[in-house]
Design a protein around this ligand. Sequence first.
Ligand SMILES: C[S@@+](CC[C@H](N)C(=O)[O-])C[C@H]1O[C@@H](n2cnc3c(N)ncnc32)[C@H](O)[C@@H]1O
Length: 339
Amino acid sequence: MNIKTHTSINNSISCSKYNYKNSSRQIYPNTTFKGHFGAEKFEKNKLGYIIKETGFFRDLQTKNFVCDYIKKNFINNNKIKILIGGCSTGEELHTYNMLLQDLACKLELTGFDVSETSIKAAKSNSFLMQKIKPIPKGYMDVSFQYKRTLQDSFLAFENKTPLTDEQKKLKELFDEYFTISNIVPNIPKKSLSLKIHQWFLKWVKIYPPEFENKTVILNPNKEKNYNFILGDIMELDNITKGEQADVITFTNALYHILTEPVSYNSTRRLHSNAYKTFEELAIKLKKNLSPNGIFVLGEEEKTQLMDDKIIPTVLKKAGFIGLNKTKTHQANVWINNVK
Ligand SMILES: C[S@@+](CC[C@H](N)C(=O)[O-])C[C@H]1O[C@@H](n2cnc3c(N)ncnc32)[C@H](O)[C@@H]1O
């Protein structure tokens, strides 16, 4: 496997993303845990770049739906097996772990990803938190107005007053699992291109906010129920080793296997083998999911693929039934219907 972290992309992206003053460039003002940000060059299967973005409590509406489904349907199981495909640096797995804490003794969570560096980071149980310092005037308003499914900056706020009731509850849950540590975070060195970029921004009088870098670690008493492994969803049989899972997720990752090799800003198009590849995957999913087990995609998957048809066409044909509707009016939780 040939993976190389592309730090110059990594750095320049984070720099331009946090320029809250310029709204057209204000892509993710709401995200605080940035250790995963950026892209990695990935040559296997000509994927091009891997996009590693993730976050705590991402696609929360769907995650709540999945947790309710698990509680309704699998509560009497001795074991509830959840596979988090394309888990990146681990935030998604920990989100399920937190939201399903009542079922902790039954849960078996496995995160897998094709990226070795992401799996290594996930296994470290530590996360880079970058708090904006000081919070610029107006940032808070912008941050809460701009609704995206990837929004975790509220987890870094010391003052809970501006938070909604839901955010307060999630932050309390998060604080039960994670602690800000004294470990100095490992920040990638500034590349020459980043230095030039920052100099240019200052020259045009655009000042990106400064960050206070912290490491947040998982509390040792929460280190159970889960593991992270290297794996490709197209080789699902090797990951499950014949033991069916109750939930398999592959959120915000499908474009990696169905579109032309991605670069950070390229327009994505389904590649010529997309239907065939997804049909192959659907067969593997059916085989590796328990009866009434569910396959979970992201809330913006249809938009990421830039295609309306491929998800419902392929999954229905393989015998899945869509369970819900999302903002983009397409089911993203699919049940393995077994007659
Ligand atoms: C944009 S991130 C999404 C992370 C997380 N699922 C989320 O929703 O926040 C996509 C991840 O999918 C991983 N990935 C891409 N192709 C994969 C494959 N064939 N098998 C497993 N993981 C894959 C990438 O390495 C990357 O970490």
